[in-house]
Every structure is written in C-alpha cells, then in structure tokens.
Write a new protein. Structure first.
Length: 278
C-alpha cells in the first residue's frame, strides 16, 4: 500500500509539471498575439471609420482583406437619403476564399454598432439585415475574423425606396403648403388666329350704307354662329390679312352659308376669308 501511494504521488506531481508547462506555452502564445503588430499596419485610410470609402446603394463592390498581410479591415460608408419601403437595409457578403472567415458589421453615423456579423457560413455567404430608424450616413465594416484569414470579397447593401402614392384632388394639403400657382394662359395673337382659322370664300359682297356685307360659304355645319369673327385674306393664296378686313358674322343663313359685316371700304378682288372658330 505504501508503494502504491508513493506511485500515485509521483504520477500526480508529473501531471502538475506537464500542466504548468502547457499553461506557460499558452500564455506565451496569447502574449505573442496580444503584443504582436497591429493587424491593420499595412491597411489604407479606410481601415478606420473616419476614412471610410463611399459605397453605392444597390450596387455590388469588390475588395479584399488580409490579416497575414496586416490589412485586416475595410470600412465603407452609405448614404440613405430617401425613406425605404420597409426601412430595412439588407447587406450580403460573399467570401471568395473557402478557407477564410470574414465579418460584416453595421454602424450608425455616431459610430454605434447596430448590426452584428453572423457566425461562420459554410456557403461563404453572410447576410445582415438591419431596420433603420432614420435617414443619414451608415458605415459597413469588413474584417478578417482570425489571424490566418484573408480573402477577396464582394459586398452589396440593398435599400428598396418607398414609392409615394399619387395625390388625389380631394386629398387635403399639408398645413403651410402653398397651392401650386397656375400660370395664366398666353393670349393668342392675331397672327396665330389667322394661321389656325378655318378658311372660306366670299360668294358675293355689297355695300350697305357704311358697312360692307359679305355672303360667306361657311355656315352652321362648320361651327359658325352669330358673333364669329374673321378677316378677309389678301391675294389668291397665303394667310396675309387684308388691311382693315376684319368682320363679324351677323347671321347664319344655313349649314353652308352665313352673312358677315365689315367696316372695310373695299375688298377689291380678294374673295378669301378665314374664320376664327372656337
């Protein structure tokens, strides 16, 4: 029994020596990692949030990180300027190196972390969806997870904009919002009336006291009515008004004939007119 007890004491002491040696070794490894070089020693300005590079919404970007090369971190900035349909920012990280693990995290404009990376993904696709409380600037941090990790990657952040419903005429306006001002319609010039008018011909004309009376070949079928105005045209073609040749319809005789009156002294051989129909 004494021999057995002595043997047990010897084995226990040996185990303590091995454990102590192992503990010292682990402490040395941890100390080495803790006191090693900054994992972003060789990174650019975008290794810090203040140097984040702008990233377009709904457009993939490709980049890389490498802890062994002391290029562990990349920061990207996003501008969310319009309300979203569900106000959810949906980010995806695709890792090219199947043997590496990368992290993706989301921060608000104050640097507060609001989205945390998922764990290792067997298919090397990590998804991070975060509901945003306000519009503004947001930051995405991409990092190699462990000292051995390095990889190219692609990242995209999707934001579905809210489609505003069209306003109906009966919808009340917001307080303080001024109604749109309607621009007054531009008055049509005499020349424009002549160009747009309906052309007709004078069947006959005669002077009645101080007025020239003309029988025109346009009536009710053409839309002529009492009060319709027009002018005599000069020459055999074109739309040149005769000087002083303005007239007014005083009687619609039938569908194809009406009587006009003008203060023009003479129409000469001019027998064309243009009527300003509305």
């Amino acid at each position: 029994m004494a021999f057995r007890a002595k043997l047990l004491r010897t084995l226990f002491a040996s185990a303590l020596v091995v454990m102590a040696a192992s503990g010292c070794k682990n402490d040395d490894v941890n100390k080495k990692i803790k006191n090693g070089p900054d994992p972003d020693t060789n990174s650019g300005v975008d290794a810090k949030r203040g140097g984040a590079k702008p990233m377009q919404i709904n457009r993939p970007e490709t980049d890389s990180v490498s802890w062994p090369k002391l290029q562990r971190t990349k920061w990207k900035s996003l501008e969310i300027a319009t309300p979203g349909k569900d106000n959810v920012l949906d980010c995806e990280l695709r890792i090219d190196n199947t043997g590496a693990d990368l992290n993706i995290d989301l921060f608000n404009s104050l640097g507060t972390q609001i989205g945390f990376t998922p764990g290792p993904a067997p298919n090397k696709l990590k998804k991070l969806a975060v509901k945003l409380e306000e519009l503004g600037t947001y930051f995405v941090r991409l990092q190699a997870a462990m000292p051995k990790d390095e990889s190219d990657f692609s990242v995209i952040c999707r934001w579905e904009e809210e489609v505003a419903a069209p306003e109906t005429p009966d919808k009340p306006r917001r307080p303080g919002k001024k109604p749109p001002t309607e621009k007054p319609a531009k008055a049509e010039t005499f020349e424009e009336k002549v160009e747009k008018g309906t052309e007709g011909r004078i069947k006959t004309s005669y002077r009645d006291s101080s007025q020239m009376v003309m029988i025109v070949d346009k009536g009710a079928a053409a839309g002529v009515h009492e009060g319709t105005e027009g002018t005599v045209l000069e020459g055999k073609s074109g739309r040149q008004p005769l000087d002083g040749g303005s007239f007014k319809i005083i009687q619609v005789i039938d569908d194809s004939t009406s009587k006009a009156q003008s203060s023009v002294r003479s129409i000469g051989k001019n027998n064309r007119v243009v009527l300003f129909l509305k």
